[in-house]
Design a protein around this ligand. Structure first.
Ligand code: 5AD
Ligand code: SF4
Length: 435
């Protein structure tokens, strides 16, 4: 069959990347061929994100580019993911040349969909839909995403996820463990368990929670590195920290967004905790796992956020000293509760707050990274350095990037840290052994 080259453009989070890997796997099993960019593709699948307004605008500009190609030659354009789910009408109106629109719960129908002329499917499922994992086309052959749940029931007032991905659906632990066993046999070195709200996890078959699942994975598999994200302070169980402390395979790293430091703003966001409760959790985790690396997400300029409210966020950043921080300007999302709040913080102020946080965090990271000089830390290499092909780029347990002289991609190395900047470390492979 002709016209079998496909290209997938992915926006957004790791869940989206994982869905794209699954779609690619399904198509490859059917004899389709994956190509590197849209220029050589007969079928272009755009897997979209709608968490922030910017992501949507990027999508429409990419679709415009595809349309220009489509005017010159045959091309099937497919849009999947969160924007499809939420804004199908806008896509139809602004990009009528799109052939197929699939919602977040129906990406696994990609093969049937592209065999049709025009197709759309936005069905939501209440339960987990298991698709065969063997054909998943992974990003690489050493670090794998494994989804364990999908959707969210938390309804933070600013967030579209509960609408775009639907309610929480949990994957049976038996299939999670089967996929991990398969990855182990394939020689994978790292597994990242994924979900929008992983701490809500409850095995539909046994009722097992995330802490027990992590323990089971650590006990039954020899995968050296196990990570998980994203956590939620309300659902977080301190047993997770205990499992981290007990099993070396479960890395001492957690992504625990606090979003805002002011209780007034947290309430308006419907986060379900006070900042004192958040800090108490952090304190407990640090007691159990002293070397824990905590990363976080923050939104600045949420409706009603005053300078004093923002100052609370600054204080939390100074107090916790996060390993990493992802900060965003609040962006009103249609369909959410906060969309009806007055977006009263001027964009200029949002930008100033964002830059302030980023500079502060940069100083904190630099200070803490400099302390790592002289230490020998294990890293898993992920790529060759684009700027210097004599170097590989890896990650240490905390998630921090390290540039390494020499080395091969996809390997563990003990690295002597020789230099540090705010965002990465530099080092060379340590071959001296440990005293
Ligand atoms: N505006 C800005 N940031 C948002 N996030 C989610 N929704 C919005 C929004 N409407 C951020 C949160 C979340 C991260 C994935 O994206 O910080 O943790
Ligand atoms: Fe969105 Fe809140 Fe759910 Fe995270 S917990 S996905 S921010 S609704």
């Amino acid at each position: 069959m002709a016209n079998k080259n496909f290209f997938i453009k992915t926006y957004g989070c790791q869940m989206n990347v994982n869905d794209s890997e699954k779609m690619a796997g399904i198509l490859i099993r059917e004899g389709y061929i994956s190509v590197e960019d849209e220029k050589n593709a007969d079928i272009v699948i755009v897997n979209t994100c709608s968490v922030r307004e910017k992501a949507k605008e990027k999508l429409f500009s990419f679709l415009g580019k595809l349309n220009a190609i489509k005017k010159k030659r045959e091309m099937k354009i497919v849009v999947t993911g969160c924007v499809s789910q939420l804004l199908k009408d806008e896509i139809r109106k602004r990009a009528p040349y799109v052939d197929i629109i699939l919602g977040t719960n129906s990406y696994f129908k990609i093969k049937e969909a592209i065999q049709k002329q025009n197709y759309s499917d936005f069905q939501f499922y209440k339960q987990w839909i298991e698709i065969p994992f063997e054909p998943i086309l992974r990003r690489n052959n050493f670090s794998a995403y494994v989804s364990i749940m999908e959707g969210c029931d938390s309804f933070c007032t600013y967030c579209v996820v509960p609408f775009s991905r639907g309610r929480e659906k949990f994957r049976p632990s038996s299939s999670i463990l089967k996929e991990i066993r398969f990855l182990e046999e394939q020689g994978f070195k790292e597994v990242q368990l994924l979900g929008q709200n992983v701490d809500s996890y409850r095995d539909p078959e046994t009722g097992m929670d995330l802490a027990s699942l992590l323990e089971k994975v650590a006990k039954t598999s020899s995968i050296p590195w196990i990570r998980f994200l994203t956590s939620h302070p309300v659902k977080f169980s301190i047993r997770i920290a205990e499992v981290m402390a007990r099993y070396n395979q479960v890395l001492n790293s957690i992504h625990l967004p606090f979003q805002a430091g002011s209780n007034k703003i947290l309430k308006l966001m419907n986060r379900g905790y006070t900042i004192e409760q958040y800090l108490k959790i952090i304190k407990k985790i640090k007691e159990i796992v002293p070397s824990i690396a905590i990363s976080t997400d923050i939104i600045v300029g949420f409706p009603g956020e005053t300078d004093e409210d923002f100052e609370r966020t600054v204080e939390v950043l100074k107090e916790v000293e996060f390993e990493n921080m992802f900060s965003f300007k609040y962006s009103p999302r249609p369909g959410t509760k906060a969309y009806y709040f007055e977006d009263d913080v001027p964009d200029k102020v949002k930008t100033e707050r964002l830059i302030y946080l980023q500079n502060l965090q940069k100083d904190i990271q630099l200070k803490n990274n400099l302390k790592k000089i002289g230490k020998i830390l294990r890293a898993l290499t992920e790529t060759v350095n684009k700027k210097n092909s004599d170097e590989t780029v890896g990650r240490i347990e905390s998630g921090r990037i390290v540039n390494i002289k020499g080395g091969k991609v996809g390997e563990f190395y003990d690295v002597l840290i020789e230099d540090a900047g705010p965002h990465n470390l530099k080092g060379s492979i340590w071959e001296g052994g440990f005293e």
